[in-house]
Structures are given as structure tokens and as C-alpha cells.
Ligand binder design. Structure first.
Ligand code: AMP
Length: 226
């Protein structure tokens, strides 16, 4: 299936998944990456990985993540530009959680343009605030493979264990009600202007996110193969 989809897409794809926290960017970025053979780059996962390793970058990022604030642009942009320069990104990538504001988007455009590349499509997964709150407050994540679960909508087969790799599930510190509120405020203030930014470029594709994960995946696949 992945090969079939890949054949339809003749050129390399440089994609962005855009949407509020909890919109399903992580799940869907994993899906499109697998389907189209792209590197999946999640800025939040990169920060969390650094934190787990106890790097200076991880410890600094944590002070912002715990509050639900954005990590400063200079740090985030450097981290992502370094990551997209790695060999696995040559075939294409799906960015998840980056860019989150106009300055980051402009830095990305500039870096890609230098290599004669550009973002092909921005997939905007639109969900309501109520849905976001319900999804984030019940979210559990595998600490090993990052697969997300929901205690009501998508529970694991064995409580506390990942269906895929048996890793332990945990709730993110920043999925607490007060932090969720702050993350949403940041999203509306800083990230939402990107809808207009990419819309004006004719790159934005809006997908309804208030539906099953399978239906969102189908809509994304259609958007990428039409
Ligand atoms: P996420 O896993 O995408 O929900 O991100 C978790 C947290 O990591 C965010 O609340 C921010 O503190 C930080 N973060 C992730 N991506 C970015 C970004 N592009 N710019 C700034 N901070 C980010």
C-alpha cells in the first residue's frame, strides 16, 4: 500500500501538519510518514528525548514545556534545521509541531529555499476546543515508541501497557488542565496565524479532525494523492 501511494507521488514531499495540541498531528504524521516513506519529525518528541538524556537543551526546554509556553525560537529553529539536514530527510519529511509561529515558518522557508526545496503542503487538522480538552486530559503515551492512547476513546488492551511494544504508558506533565489552557492560548496567539500564512501561498489543505482517526487518515491520503 505504501508503495502504491508512493508511486502516485512522483516528487519528494516536504509536509507540515498543523493544528491545535491534541488535534492528532502526532498520530497522523506517523501515518503519512509510513504511507509515503517520509521522515517523521516531531519537535515536542525531540525536546522530550533530550530531556530523557539529560542534555542542556532538554533541561532548558523543560522550563518552558512545563508552563505550556513555547521554547524560544533560536533554540527550536536550530534544533529542527539540524534535524532536517540529516540523510533520512532527503526523501522528504512530515513536520509535526513545527513551525509554531511565523518566525519559525520564515526560517524554515529560507533554509529550504537555500537548497532549492520548499514546503509542498500544509495539512491543517481542525478540531473544536471541547474535543481538544477531552483528548488531552485522557491521553496516555508509550514512553518507548510514543504511541498515544486515550483512556476512554482508545484504551490499550492491557492497562498501562503499549499494545505495540509493551512499553509503559505515562501521562505528560503538560497534559494537566492549567497547562493545557496555556498551550491553547499560545496556539491561538502564535500558531494560528500560520493558517493565513500558508493559505496565502496556496499550500493549505484543511482536514476535519473531529472524526475517527481512520477517517482523518483517509482524508489526508486523499489530499496528498489528488
Ligand atoms: P508537543 O509535543 O508538540 O505538544 O510540544 C510539547 C511542548 O514542546 C510545547 O508545549 C512547547 O513547549 C515545546 N515545543 C514543541 N514544538 C515547539 C516549537 N515548534 N516551538 C516552540 N516550542 C515547541
Amino acid at each position: 500500500m505504501a508503495l502504491l501511494a508512493l508511486e502516485k507521488v512522483k516528487n519528494k514531499m516536504y509536509l507540515i501538519l498543523l493544528g491545535a495540541p491534541g488535534a492528532g498531528k502526532g498520530t497522523q504524521a506517523a501515518f503519512v510518514s509510513k504511507e509515503f516513506g517520509l521522515a517523521h519529525i516531531a519537535s515536542g518528541d525531540l525536546f522530550r528525548k533530550n530531556l530523557l538524556l539529560g542534555t542542556e537543551l532538554g533541561l532548558l526546554a523543560k522550563t518552558y514545556m512545563d508552563k505550556g509556553s513555547l521554547v524560544p525560537n533560536n533554540i527550536t529553529i536550530d534544533m529542527i534545521l539540524e534535524r532536517i539536514a540529516e540523510p533520512d530527510c532527503a526523501i522528504g519529511f512530515a513536520l509535526d509541531g513545527f513551525p509554531r509561529n511565523i518566525e519559525q515558518a520564515e526560517a524554515l522557508d529560507k533554509a529550504l529555499a537555500k537548497q532549492g526545496k520548499g514546503i509542498n503542503k500544509v495539512l491543517y487538522i481542525k478540531v473544536s476546543d471541547e474535543e481538544v480538552l477531552s483528548r488531552l486530559s485522557g491521553r496516555w503515551i508509550c514512553q518507548d515508541c510514543q504511541t498515544p492512547y486515550h483512556e476512554v476513546n482508545e484504551p490499550p488492551k492491557i492497562a498501562g501497557k503499549c499494545d505495540r511494544c509493551s512499553g509503559n504508558l505515562y501521562q505528560r506533565d503538560d497534559d494537566k488542565p492549567d497547562t493545557i489552557k496555556n498551550r491553547l492560548t499560545e496556539y491561538y496567539k502564535q500558531t494560528q496565524p500560520l493558517i493565513n500564512y500558508y493559505g496565502k501561498m496556496g499550500k493549505l489543505k484543511e482536514i476535519i479532525g473531529d472524526q475517527s482517526s481512520e477517517k482523518v487518515s483517509d482524508a489526508l491520503k486523499e489530499a496528498l494523492t489528488d
